[in-house]
Design a protein around this ligand. Structure first.
Ligand SMILES: [Zn+2]
Ligand SMILES: [Zn+2]
Length: 267
């Protein structure tokens, strides 16, 4: 079987919804022949408390030091990077820059789950199907791309979570993302995490869409210059590398002729 030899999207227990020790994730990576594993827990934000979603800011030093210790311990077996999955939030751009410039972390990926206004967390899909939120989601990601701080965009099709069906507006959103991805040279991630959410099997409720979303990736296929990474979005050690997930992703890479990359550009 064809394989990928990296995992750039890995969480730790600090976010409150992931399981296992860092060392267990690393062991799975080594046993599956990976050459690099990067930890990208949900970024800790000073002054923002979001229990169950992201760890407290006070965990920053422990997170960085733990992974840097393991980087040294396993240096002959695998390359280990420390980073964060972070939302583009204008007020935190200087903080992100400082994390990178001080070499505290190696890289950032942009995972736009929510935004923050007046210190309140706002979810894009809070109001169900709402094209205004879709527009805002894409606009925030593009602003993030412009900062040059992010190595790639995690689950760019996350917005499909809030839609009951694909629409012209969704197509337009996908095209805006592809054009910006090329313009600012920020790759997109084919994210495997969306598979693992439980299905909504209530027959009285129409199921919402999921990512990775093939209507989205079909549009990406029209933009061969868009660079693509496969992202396991591991929240448990075994999900660092699951054969059938990787196989599925690689079959879609082939089907849509996606421009698959092997190594991220660090900051
Ligand atoms: Zn995410
Ligand atoms: Zn993630």
């Amino acid at each position: 079987m064809e394989k990928i030899d990296y995992c750039y999207h890995t969480h730790t227990t600090r976010c409150g919804h992931a399981y296992g020790s860092e060392e267990e994730y690393i062991q799975v990576a080594i046993n599956n022949g990976l050459k690099v594993i990067g930890f990208t827990d949900h970024v800790f934000l000073p002054g923002i408390s979001q229990p169950g979603m992201r760890g407290d800011y006070s965990l920053l030093d422990d997170y960085v030091n733990t992974i840097k210790g393991l980087k040294e311990k396993y240096k002959d077996q695998i390359e280990i990077l420390v980073g964060f999955e972070a939302e583009y939030l204008e007020q935190f751009v200087p903080y992100y820059k400082e994390l990178l410039d001080s070499k505290k972390i190696d890289y950032l990926i942009l995972g736009q789950h929510n935004y923050v206004k007046d210190n309140k967390i706002i979810w894009y899909n809070a109001n169900g199907e709402n094209n205004e939120f879709l527009h805002l989601y894409i606009t925030h990601i593009i602003e993030g791309m412009k900062t040059g701080l992010f190595s790639y965009i995690a689950h760019p099709d996350f917005f499909t979570h809030g839609l009951y069906e694909w629409s012209d507006e969704a197509s337009q959103a996908a095209r805006r993302l592809c054009e910006a991805s090329i313009k600012y040279d920020v790759p997109l991630e084919f994210n495997l995490g969306g598979f693992r959410y439980p299905y909504n099997d209530n027959p009285n409720r129409k199921a919402k869409l999921r990512y990775p979303n093939m209507d989205f990736w079909k549009i990406v296929s029209e933009y061969p210059d868009v660079k693509v990474f496969i992202g396991p979005d591991a929240h448990k050690p075994e999900t660092v590398s699951i054969d059938y997930e990787i196989e599925y992703a690689l079959s879609k890479v082939k089907e849509f002729n996606l421009n698959l990359q092997t190594r991220i550009k660090n900051h």
